[in-house]
Design a protein around this ligand. Structure first.
Ligand code: ATP
Length: 558
């Protein structure tokens, strides 16, 4: 599985889906550029989401809000104080990681602790550090890049957050090292700093004066009794802005304007697609977790007594969308959060997860957020009023939790059902889902095929002259133009390669159909159309090609 993931990443780089950002300058950790085919794939996922959640509905409108977000917005939403993960440093490797995602301590068969250093030299330096500072006198043995620590006894933490202990053998008294239930993932090292919260937001300053100059001024003139840090924060606060960590807050603060200008009343939704930024402690699995990513979010506003109904509705709707575009439906699942996992204001949350080569990972969250966000902004802003008047007939429809519905028309702050999907994770999930390595006949090496749903495929059609002879080109042009007019990305594939090789090159990037103009075409204006997954070919008049592709492509929506 890991091998095939490497093969997929290699394909993505080789065929123009994904590049390391700023590669010619050594690359930027966690940043990726989407090549021509990656950009198309991403856009097609977005288009499908938009079609489903905006264009096919009467009750959803769209919005596009600023990425730069003033501090008071994110103070009100709770992000300034609470949007943090715990962070731990390994004293030996200096790696930073999130303890909630880190593995437990592993023991060798003999019951020792094996710590893996990157090199022999590092192992030697780590050994000295342990023997002299971290566990003076402990018995540490070096075998190449590995250190073996002899264990006297071990006690796991009684519960999450509690402290257990590792007792190491030594020549004199055994040495006790505290153990919190996790180790540094890369080395199995239990020598860690205490955990501390780390805010995930990128802070920046909207100010013509360089913030560093302000810091210098403040620190030079700071004489008061308070801490310098506080003085610096106070000086920077007026110009502090954040790169938004989710697109949702832009929707909440515009709720009243959208409702008024578009004449909408709950139940209705506001969709927003755009970039979000999180200073993640650990970047992992290529584009799965990156500091800059795109979200497809829908905030659906409802009356409190209809919230339960709409949560169930959106939970199902969103999962259906994932399945419709999937090749292996069994690799997608829904996971309901337990009460302890949810934000305190949420009363329901379901993740959509995909079974990546390294295990199940979240690709979308659907949450019943109550009226927390709108209420917070009403409390923190002096002018916001997000109450709406419910004047629907009573008794209302069967959507309603009648026990919660007031008897007479009343004002209320809408509740929100949110679906939040990561576009980059969606791309990774669908690439993993579509990636197949197959062996044809006597072939030694398998070849790769991306069985992407035609809706997602970057290139819809490749049109090919059978050989390089000029006489095929007029018909090639005609077919190509007829497909391009419909808005389908169509390429002419006239490379000097055998036709079979050209088909395989397009299988590898997921092109669902290849159209070939051959000698018979010159006589009767028919062409062949080859289907990617079955390899089947059929002959039709060139004018019928666009109808054929249209039926396959749009069939689901019509
Ligand atoms: P995780 O637990 O993986 O950090 P999360 O629960 O913090 O995710 P949400 O805040 O619910 O994520 O964000 C909604 C969606 O945005 C996620 O389901 C995911 O698809 C995407 N997402 C969140 N953080 C990142 C990231 N750093 N890189 C790429 N996509 C992300």
């Amino acid at each position: 599985m890991a091998q095939s993931f490497r093969a997929l990443l290699d394909l993505c780089k080789r065929r123009g889906f994904l590049y390391q950002s700023a590669e010619i300058y050594g690359g930027l950790r966690g940043a990726y550029d989407y090549g021509p085919l990656g950009a198309e794939l991403k856009k097609n996922i977005l288009k499908s989401w938009w079609q489903r959640n905006v264009y096919l509905r009467d009750d959803v409108v769209a919005l596009d809000t600023s990425i730069l977000t003033p501090a008071p917005v994110l103070k009100a939403s709770g992000h300034v104080d609470e949007f943090s993960d715990l962070l731990v440093d390994c004293i030996l490797s200096k790696e930073r990681f999130r303890p909630d995602k880190a593995p437990q301590l592993q023991f060798t068969k003999k019951g020792d602790i094996a710590i893996e250093a990157p090199t022999k030299e590092a192992a030697m330096a780590w050994k000295t550090r342990i023997e002299e500072q971290l566990a003076p006198g402990a018995l540490v043995q070096q075998e190449g890049k590995q250190l073996l620590l002899a264990v006297d006894s071990f006690e796991a933490p009684a519960q999450e957050g509690a402290e257990g202990r590792i007792v190491l053998k030594s020549n004199a008294q055994p040495i006790t090292v505290p153990y919190h239930g996790y180790v540094e993932p890369g080395s199995n090292s239990p020598f860690l700093t205490a955990s501390r919260p780390f805010n995930l937001m990128f802070k920046t300053f909207l100010d013509p004066i360089d913030p560093i100059d302000r810091v210098i001024q403040v620190t030079k003139s700071h004489t008061g009794p308070g801490p310098v840090r506080q003085a610096v924060d106070d000086a920077l606060l007026p110009s502090t802005v954040y790169l938004r960590p989710e697109t949702a807050q832009g929707v909440f603060i515009n709720f009243e304007q959208v409702a008024r200008t578009m004449n909408k009343k709950p139940p209705f939704g506001i969709a927003q697609v755009g970039k979000s930024f999180r200073n993640e402690i650990r970047l992992e699995h290529g584009i799965f977790r990156t500091p800059e990513f795109e979200q497809l979010e829908l905030e659906y506003f409802v009356a409190p007594w209809e919230a339960h109904h709409w949560f169930t509705y959106w939970r199902n709707q969103r999962f259906q969308w994932w399945l419709e575009l999937a090749c292996h439906k069994e690799r997608f699942r829904q996971r309901d959060h337990g009460a302890g996992e949810m934000a305190h204001y949420a009363s329901g949350c379901t993740d959509v997860e995909y079974e990546f080569p390294w295990g199940w990972g979240e690709i979308e969250g659907v949450a019943h957020r109550g009226n927390y966000d709108l209420t917070q902004h009403m409390q923190h802003s002096s002018i916001a009023n997000f109450e709406v008047l419910d004047d629907s007939p009573r008794p209302s429809s069967d959507l309603v939790d009648t026990c919660d519905m007031p008897d007479t028309p009343t004002r209320y702050v809408p509740h929100v059902i949110e679906s939040s999907c990561g576009l980059n994770r969606a791309m990774l999930a669908y690439l993993c889902d579509a990636f197949h390595q197959i062996k044809d006949g006597k072939q030694q090496q398998p070849r790769s095929v991306l069985r992407l749903h035609p809706t997602l495929a970057p290139i819809k059609c490749a049109v090919m002259p059978l050989t390089g002879k000029a006489e095929f080109m007029p018909l090639v042009d005609k077919v190509t133009r007829s497909l391009r007019r419909r808005g389908w990305y169509t390429v002419v594939e006239a490379q000097k390669l055998k036709i079979g090789k050209r088909y395989y090159r397009h299988d590898e990037i997921g092109t669902p159909w290849c159209v070939t103009v051959d000698y018979q075409s010159l006589e009767d204006e028919t062409v062949t159309i080859r289907e990617r997954d079955s390899g089947e070919q059929k002959r039709l008049h060139w004018r019928e090609v666009q109808q054929f592709v249209g039926e396959q492509l749009l069939g689901d929506d019509e």
